[in-house]
Design a protein around this ligand. Structure first.
Ligand SMILES: Cc1cc2nc3c(=O)[nH]c(=O)nc-3n(C[C@H](O)[C@H](O)[C@H](O)COP(=O)(O)OP(=O)(O)OC[C@H]3O[C@@H](n4cnc5c(N)ncnc54)[C@H](O)[C@@H]3O)c2cc1C
Length: 412
């Protein structure tokens, strides 16, 4: 019998493990920046792949994402717990939404059209250093082993456990894509935080409304707290918000979306080996105090691609130290209940020029601007928390158990 020899490893300059927001952003940026071969390893359709999601971010223009952006809003609104709205125009920034499926199709097409890009359907099993680079051992859709090698590997697979943290909250939510019988939405305004919902005993809760047409919107119920709810509890909260706060009248739920985003002051190691780097949420790209990740992975991808094309792998962190320090203080202040979450966020929108506030949330403000913003927050509780945080130990926290994320259809 002829002995079975495994196929020789396939090589490329870069391997990106996981073709989600971070992996595809990076692969796209590397191939668009210059001649480098990139293989994206993404599992075939099945349980390893997350369901389709909605990603929002703010930016001056759609840039190279024009074909994937499905909606955008020039104005943002926050409703205080007292019901008073504050509507702001963050020009030149605009809030934009894309669906992960459209983003994936767009980037797959661009990679296929580029000389060095390819998406390989396989599940990565192990990633480790080898002389001269790193190796990814995978299983292809037919169950056959496959070995890939590259000078650099960027791994965006979700971590099995979050690193130790001083504070760990979860941003957890469920949303309905609703179709109303009457025109109930203003397509020019996105409701970022609507605090006219009953507040949980710990943390905070708000509604989120992204109008897609006068009679269509994504309506979400979100909490920042320690544990996700059951699907029944989200449904009840969404029903109450849609009927009694938004007063939508008769409506149909066309699809649903559910998720959990960790809000943690953990330190995410960026390097998992001499030639292996973590990116995306697994590499600390999720902004701890807001959960926003999409814009950060785009900025980070540009920095990584520039470093690789310059011939080095001195990869910067996705967020600056000052931004992370401020988020650690806010997370702790919210978790201890020292600051009133709804009043804090509503106050930020009432008192800060909107473009500056969004730049602040992107970590792109100067120290002077940050002092100005800080002085408009509850100074006493924030200062007390700032003095306490450096002395708190980082501990392992219970893993956030992700609730199912159905995209079912129901009628009411
Ligand atoms: C429902 C939801 C809505 C969100 N909305 C927003 C938003 O509006 N704005 C925002 O900024 N952030 C949002 N986030 C947070 C964040 O942007 C997303 O979680 C984003 O997907 C993170 O990008 P990522 O690349 O780190 O992870 P993912 O996009 O999840 O990518 C990880 C990839 O790894 C792949 N993978 C897993 N296992 C393997 C394996 N063994 N081998 C190979 N590949 C593997 C998966 O298939 C997946 O494609 C949202 C999160 C969720 C869950």
């Amino acid at each position: 019998m002829t002995p079975q020899h495994p196929d020789p490893p396939r090589t490329s300059d870069v391997i990106v493990v996981g073709g989600g927001a971070a992996g595809l952003s990076l692969a796209h940026r590397i191939t668009a920046t210059g001649p480098m071969s990139v293989t994206v390893v993404e599992p075939p359709d099945g349980p390893a792949r997350p369901p389709e999601r909605t990603w929002c971010y703010w930016d001056r223009d759609t840039g190279d994402l024009d074909a994937a952006v499905t909606a955008s809003w020039p104005r943002l609104r926050v409703h205080g717990a007292d019901g008073r709205p504050v509507t702001v125009d963050p020009a030149p920034l605009r809030y934009r939404m894309l669906r992960s499926g459209a983003f994936e199709r767009l980037v797959h097409q661009r990679l296929a059209a580029s000389p060095g890009g390819q998406v390989l359907r396989a599940t990565a099993d192990t990633v480790h250093d080898v002389p001269g680079g790193a190796e990814v051992r995978c299983t292809d859709p037919d169950g056959r082993p496959l070995t890939l090698r590259a000078r650099h590997v960027f791994d965006s697979r979700p971590l099995s456990a979050l690193p130790p943290a001083r504070t760990q909250l979860l941003q957890h939510f469920r949303g309905w894509f609703v179709h109303t019988a009457r025109e109930r939405f203003d397509p020019a305004v996105a409701d970022l935080m609507d605090f006219r919902v009953p507040q949980p005993r710990h943390g905070l809760a708000f509604g989120y409304v992204l109008p897609l047409a006068p009679d269509r919107a994504l309506v979400e119920y979100t909490e920042f707290s320690r544990a996700p709810l059951t699907t029944e509890a989200y449904e009840a909260a969404l029903g109450q918000y849609a009927r009694h706060v938004l007063r939508l009248g008769p409506f149909t739920v066309e699809a649903a979306e559910q998720g959990v985003i960790p809000m943690t002051d953990a330190r995410f190691p960026r390097r998992a080996g001499a030639s292996v780097f973590r990116i995306g949420t697994a590499g600390g790209a999720t902004r701890p105090a807001t959960g926003y990740t999409f814009a950060a992975v785009r900025r980070h991808s540009a920095a990584v691609a520039a470093a690789l094309h310059d011939g080095h792998d001195d990869i910067p962190a996705p967020h600056g130290r000052r931004a992370l320090a401020m988020d650690a203080i806010l997370l702790r202040a919210l978790d201890t209940g020292r600051v009133d979450g709804p009043a804090f966020f509503t106050g930020l929108f009432r008192r800060t020029p909107p473009e500056r506030l969004l730049r602040f949330l992107d970590g792109a403000t100067s120290l002077r601007e940050e002092w100005g913003i800080g002085l408009r927050t509850p100074v006493g509780p924030m200062l007390r928390t700032a003095l306490e945080v450096p002395f708190l130990p980082r501990r392992h926290r219970p893993a956030p158990s992700a609730p199912p994320a159905p995209t079912g259809v129901s009628h009411r």
